[in-house]
Structures are given as structure tokens and as C-alpha cells.
Design a protein around this ligand. Structure first.
Ligand SMILES: [Zn+2]
Ligand SMILES: [Zn+2]
Length: 344
């Protein structure tokens, strides 16, 4: 089968390779991949900058497809079922994190697309316990956004304490920011979204998706306008990973405010801890997601609460992978997805 493979350590070293089609494990299934999102993780592995992986490995973890083959011990699923898959291929089940439902923090965890073969391929094998049905009315390409959405659901539902009418600051209107925005709006909060001058189209989409106000971070009056927004935001979600955005959010928050880091900064971020002490800010972060949030996410998608379609600006075949990766890196468009039906 054809697959996008990171074949060695170091920057680059990615190619479309013809590899053996996998066999499902006894407790697993083989998925014929229909769509797979391009994520920051794939780019980190492509560049070999921060994210750990085991080459040779097939990239991609944001998978939607249909079951092609069942392992001998699998029940409750049928060949042809349209599915999405959670991404953790292995968690130990024994550590304190696994035992308390925080498998995202398991030290032994590894996932498809980094620790084992992923879904930028014709087929991927996954444990059957990872499967969820694709809700009615959701296309495969849209369903490929389930994993990033569930990361946002984890961050917003669990790491903040939002009440109706709260003012919220959301920094960074990329795919993750625009998904977080929609999750925050479920709480009937008022949201101001900030971006840079190159985010004009993304900020327009943010307004369409429910942002009450959008501002350019570079404008001189933006800090004042954020502070004045419905009495000041009680919570800031930093979704860009951009270093200056952190300080901006910490300064914008009033006393007692809460800062949630969602974006992954590529470089160390200096923090003025003075602000944290003087204002008694709470700083926290959200990494990946927990199994429990997948159910919530699939429910929200099925209930039509999240607009995924608007975020998908570009689709690619496997042979166009370099363009897809470059578009992601340059920030052209919003969400980039491999439409692998057919692969080429
Ligand atoms: Zn992802
Ligand atoms: Zn564990």
C-alpha cells in the first residue's frame, strides 16, 4: 500500500513509500483511510525539531475511514462501518495517570503517526477500543477534525471554569483557535479573538463562527480594548503558541484571571511571573486529550454544534503531501486534510 513515511531521523526524510499492508491485531481493526488531517505534530516530525517519534513510521493521526478487516476477538463492529479512531495506540494502564483517566500523561503512551504507523496511508491498524462511529451527516474529511476538536473540548471543558456571560480572550485564530472558539461559545460566553495582520481572513471567519469582537494584536489600542471587553476577560486561551501572545494574554487578564496554554510554543517562552503573583493568576495548560472527551466530542459533532466544514480550506492527495505540509507551515488556509478516497 502507499503511505507517507518518515524513514529516518533528521529534518525532511519523508517520502511516499510502497509498504506492506498491515494486519489487524486480534483486538484491533484495519481501517481503510478516507481522510487524514495534517497537524502540527506531523510538521514537528517532518522537521524533527521537538516531537519524539520512531522511524521508519507512517505519519498522521487525525483519521477517518471505514473498517476493512476485523481482528478475531473484535465484536460490536462490522466491516464497512464508518469510523474515527482515538490516537493512543498504547497506554500502560498501570501508572497513576492511566488509573485516574489521564492517559494523555502516561509516560509509556505512544500514538499512531509517531510511535507507531499512522493514517497518511491507504490503511491503518488501530485497537478496536479506540473506535467511534462517525455521526450522521458528517463527511470523512470533516470527521478527520475530530482529534483536534477533542483536544479543544479537553482544554475548554476541563481546564477552565466558564460561566454564561463570562468574557473570554482567545489568542490565535488557526484551526485549533477556531475550534476552541466554538467550544467556548457553547458556554454562552462572550469572546474576543486576537490575531496578527496576516490573520485577516481567519478573524473574519472567527466572527462568522461566533466571536463577539476580533482585534489585531499589533494595533496600539488592542490591549485597552481587550481589557475593556465586558469588564475584562476572566479566562484567556492561548492557541497560537506564539511567544509574544503569552505576555499579551497575561497582561490582559484582570486579577484572579485564568490562563490556559493550548498552542505548543516551538521555542521557550519567558513569563513575567511578577504578573502572576501580583494578580494571583492561575496558569494551566492542556495537552492532547483524555479518552472521556472523545465521547463528548462525537456527541457535539452529531448534534451539529460545531462547524467543521468552514475550517477545511484545502484537501490533498498523498502525492501532494509537500504542498499540504508547506501550506500548513506558511499559514495559507486554515485546516489542511488529505482526502484519500482515492489516495492518488
Ligand atoms: Zn492532531
Ligand atoms: Zn500509564
Amino acid at each position: 500500500m502507499l503511505a507517507l513515511q518518515k524513514y529516518a531521523l533528521g529534518a525532511g526524510n519523508v517520502r511516499v513509500a510502497d509498504v506492506d499492508r498491515p494486519k489487524p491485531e486480534p483486538d484491533g481493526v484495519l481501517i481503510r483511510v478516507k481522510a487524514c488531517g495534517i497537524c502540527g505534530t506531523d510538521i514537528h516530525i517532518y522537521r524533527d525539531d521537538t516531537f519524539p517519534f520512531q522511524p521508519p513510521v507512517i505519519l498522521g493521526h487525525e483519521v477517518a475511514g471505514v473498517i476493512e478487516e476485523l481482528g478475531e476477538r473484535v465484536s460490536g463492529w462490522s466491516v464497512g462501518d464508518a469510523v474515527i479512531s482515538e490516537t493512543y495506540y498504547y497506554t500502560c494502564g498501570e501508572c497513576i495517570y492511566c488509573k485516574t483517566g489521564r492517559a494523555n500523561l502516561c509516560e509509556a503512551r505512544y500514538s499512531i503517526g509517531s510511535g507507531t504507523n499512522g493514517a497518511m496511508a491507504e490503511y491503518v491498524k488501530v485497537p478496536a477500543k479506540n473506535l467511534h462511529p462517525i455521526p450522521q451527516g458528517i463527511s470523512f474529511v470533516e470527521a478527520a477534525l475530530t482529534e483536534p476538536l477533542t483536544c479543544c473540548v479537553h482544554g475548554v471543558f476541563e481546564k477552565a471554569d466558564l460561566k454564561p456571560g463570562d468574557a473570554v480572550l482567545l489568542s490565535g485564530p488557526g484551526a485549533i483557535g477556531l475550534l476552541c472558539l466554538q467550544v467556548v461559545k457553547l458556554f454562552d460566553c462572550r469572546v474576543v479573538v486576537t490575531g496578527t495582520r496576516k490573520d485577516g481572513d481567519r478573524l473574519a471567519l472567527a466572527r462568522e463562527l461566533g466571536a463577539d469582537l476580533t482585534l489585531y494584536a499589533e494595533d496600539a489600542d488592542t490591549p485597552q480594548r481587550v481589557k475593556a471587553f465586558y469588564g475584562g476577560p476572566t479566562t484567556a486561551f492561548e492557541c497560537s503558541g506564539a511567544v509574544p501572545a503569552t505576555e499579551f494574554c497575561l497582561r490582559a487578564l484582570p486579577k484572579g484571571g485564568r490562563y490556559v496554554q493550548i498552542g505548543l510554543p516551538a521555542t521557550p517562552t519567558p513569563i513575567e511571573l511578577n504578573l502572576v503573583a501580583l494578580k494571583e493568576l492561575v496558569i494551566t495548560g492542556a495537552f492532547a486529550t483524555k479518552p472521556v472527551w472523545w465521547l463528548k466530542t462525537v456527541d457535539l459533532m452529531g448534534a451539529g454544534k460545531i462547524n467543521l466544514k468552514k475550517l477545511i480550506t484545502d484537501t490533498y492527495k498523498l502525492s501532494d503531501w509537500e504542498k499540504g505540509f508547506q501550506d500548513h507551515i506558511s499559514g495559507a488556509g486554515i485546516k489542511h486534510v488529505f482526502d484519500l478516497d482515492p489516495v492518488l
